[in-house]
Design a protein around this ligand. Structure first.
Ligand SMILES: NC(=O)c1ccc[n+]([C@@H]2O[C@H](COP(=O)([O-])OP(=O)(O)OC[C@H]3O[C@@H](n4cnc5c(N)ncnc54)[C@H](O)[C@@H]3O)[C@@H](O)[C@H]2O)c1
Length: 261
């Protein structure tokens, strides 16, 4: 029997990348899955429902969750995975860009959680998993405002955990390092830039490689399942040790021979 057999899971941002990989793992583990995104799925899979929902639209999010409750009668798992990146130093970031990324990365998780929480409180059960980032626990020079949104998600998650643990609700984040998805590739402008940047990402990761979307999805399954039932308010890095500490200085050099690629 699957580790999520009998569970109903709602996914925001499930059309591609980490979200789609998680939809696949949820289905493989026996969950009933209701996914959503502003775009159609990158891959057609059988056995679940995908809806077009703008996760920043309060009414659309509420209607989507109400529809799931009407059809399935419950929501056991919520995966808040919507996110966009903004790779700009602070001085180059406009107030409009600041508002836009907060309105997306933070508001989406807020709205998704707000929509399912009353139901989870009533049932005294539920697992909420939110995708933060490596940048949710450490400063980074290249994308400070993105990082701020990911720190905000950590704060939101820990607060939900503390507030609602006694009601059987768990809230945890997954914090990926560099994961090979469309988001990672779209932050780069050319194949040459991808080669350079990938080398930098690899060089700055103790594991000396970027991660795969399914490696994050496996952790989401664990946090969604009853195997993690006493794990609450946790920030879980899935990053090849990148957030664990600084490496010796020469490890960050592009000339350093990693030998593990
Ligand atoms: N790829 C990485 O290296 C990495 C690292 C750390 C954290 N993350 C986080 O992981 C999550 C997934 O990212 P990914 O790498 O799979 O990228 P991705 O761009 O493939 O996935 C993000 C998804 O969010 C959807 N989305 C964007 N705006 C939306 C909206 N308004 N309403 C509904 N859906 C919307 C996109 O259509 C997309 O399917 C994001 O929160 C991202 O910040 C990614």
């Amino acid at each position: 029997m699957g580790r999520l057999a009998g569970k109903v899971a709602v996914v925001f941002g499930g059309a591609r990348g980490i979200g789609l990989a998680t939809v696949k793992e949820f289905l493989a583990e026996g969950a009933t899955v209701f996914a959503s995104d502003i775009r159609e799925p990158a891959e057609q899979l059988d056995g679940y429902r995908h809806s077009i929902v703008d996760a920043t639209d309060e009414d659309a999010v509420a209607a989507f969750v109400d529809g799931v409750l009407a059809e399935a009668g419950r929501v056991d798992v919520l995966f808040n995975n919507v996110g966009i990146h903004l790779g700009k130093p602070l001085a180059d970031t406009t107030p409009a860009e600041f508002d836009n990324i907060f309105a997306l990365n933070v508001r989406a998780a807020f709205l998704g959680t707000r929509a399912v929480l009353p139901h989870m409180i009533e049932r005294k059960a539920g697992s909420i998993i939110t995708t933060s980032s490596n940048g949710g626990v450490m400063g980074r020079p290249g994308d400070p405002v993105y990082n701020a949104t990911k720190h905000a998600l950590v704060g939101l998650t820990k607060s939900i955990a503390v507030a609602h643990a006694h009601q059987g609700i768990r809230a945890n984040t997954v914090n990926p390092g560099a994961i090979d998805t469309d988001m990672l590739r779209s932050t780069l402008n050319s194949p040459e830039e991808f080669e350079t940047k990938q080398h930098q990402l690899v060089a700055s990761t103790p594991a000396a490689r970027v991660g795969e979307a399914w490696e994050v999805a496996k952790a989401v399954v664990f946090l969604a399942s009853d195997e993690s039932r006493f794990i609450n308010g946790v920030v879980l890095p899935i990053d090849g040790a990148k957030a664990a500490g600084a490496m010796p200085g020469n490890r960050y050099s592009l000339d350093f021979e990693l030998g593990v690629r």
